[in-house]
Design a protein around this ligand. Sequence first.
Ligand code: TRP
Ligand code: ZN
Ligand code: CA
Length: 439
Amino acid sequence: MRRSALVTGAAAALAAALVTPALFAPAAQAQPAPVAGRSAAPDIPVANVKAHLAQLQSIATANGGNRAHGRAGYKASVDYIKGKLDAAGYTTTLQTYSYGGATGYNLIADWPGGDTSHVVMAGAHLDSVTAGPGINDDGSGSAGILETALAVSRAGLQPAKHVRFGWWGTEEAGMVGSSNYVNKLTGADRSKIDAYLNFDMIGSPNPGYFVYDDNAALDTLFKDYFAGLGVATEPETEGDGRSDHAPFKNAGIPVGGLFSGADYIKTSAQASKWGGTAGQAFDRCYHSSCDTSANINDTVLDRMSDAIAHGIWSLATEGTPPPSGTVFENTTDFAIPDAAPPIESPITVTGRTGNAPATLKVGVDVKHTWRGDLVIDLVAPDGSTYRVKDFSGNDSADNVVATFTVNASGEVANGTWKLRVQDVASQDTGYLDSWKLTF
Ligand code: TRP
Ligand code: ZN
Ligand code: CA
C-alpha cells in the first residue's frame, strides 16, 4: 500500500529490522502438544504377548495338540484369558451357543466406564483348527488384544468411549461365534458400536503388514501408525470377509484390523519392503501342526500389538463430540516478499482419525508494516483453500496476530496443511513468525 515518503522510509527500515532473522529457513517439524482428554497408548511389551502364547501352546500340548471348537483345549484357553481379565478388573461374560453337537463359547470383556452409547471394540478368534495349536492363527491376535486389555487396566484408563474386547469361538468353522454375537445384538446395540477392530494372525513368520481397508478412517488410523514407524503397509486383500470382522461389517458396523499374512505367497516386491523370503507363504504353517510358538516373528508381533493399543487408545480417548484441543505448530519464520507471489508454511498433522473439525482454529502470527496488503489462505492436505483474510488496502494497522475459525469438516485431518500468505501491494513488507492449527 502506498503512503507518504516519510512514513514509507521509516516503515522500510522497520521492516528490514523485522525480517532479518531466519529468512526462508527450512520448515520446522510441527510438534503436537499434549492435551487433556486424549492420551497416547503405552508400549505393549512383546515379552508379555509371547508369555500368553507360551500358555496357549502349553494348553494345546496338554489337550491333544489343539485348541479347536468342542475340544478341551478351547475351553482351557477361554479360562486362561478370562482369569487374566477378571484379575485386572474387567467385567467378563461367557456367551454360549451350540455348534456341531458341542458347546461353543465367546468371551466378552467390558472395561467399566466410558460412554456405553459409543463402544470401541477389538476382537480375535481363540479357537484353532484341529490340525495344530493355532499359535499364529490366532493365538497371536488373542494374546495381542489380551495384553492391550491388561495395559488399559494398568493405565487405569478412563476413556471417553466404552472399551470392549471379544474372543470368538468357532471362527475356523465359518465365524460361528462372532456371527452368534452380532446376531444377538439388538439394532440399538449394533448402532452403539463405533468401531470393531479385528486381529486374526499378527505374528506371521514371513510377515506382511496388511491393514483392512473396509472403513477409511480406521484404515487411516493404522496406516498412519505404521507410516510413523517407517513401515510400509498394503491393504488387506487376501480374501475379504475371511474373519470375524465380516459379521460386524455386514451389520453395518465400521470395521478395521491388521493381518500379517496366511497362505498367500510373498512377492519379491513385498520381500524388498518387509524383508523375509519371497516365493514363500507368509505363514507356511497356516492351519497345520507346525503353527506352534516357534511359528512367530517377534518384530511383527511387537509392532502389531503396539498398533492395537494405539488404535484402542486413539478411538476410545477421543471425545464425543470429536476430540478437541490438539495443537500443531510451525514456528519457523518465512519472509513475505513485497508485492510478490505467496509463501507457504507447512504443518504436518498425524495421529488424527477422520475429518478435521467444523471449528478448526487457525492461529496466525504475521509481523508486517501494513497488514491491509496481506491475503491469507489455509490450504488443506488435498489442496482445497480457505481464505481467512482478504486484501483490504486501507487497513494501515500493522501485524496479523489473530485466530481464525475455519469449517474444515470436509477435509481429512491427517496430512500436510499449509498457510499461504501473499503480500499483494508494494512498499510494506514483513514475515510470517509462526502459525498453528488447533483441532
Ligand atoms: N481367518 C483365517 C483363518 O483363521 C485366516 C485368514 C486368511 C485371514 N485370510 C485372511 C484373516 C484375511 C484376516 C484376513 O483361518
Ligand atoms: Zn484365523
Ligand atoms: Ca507490500
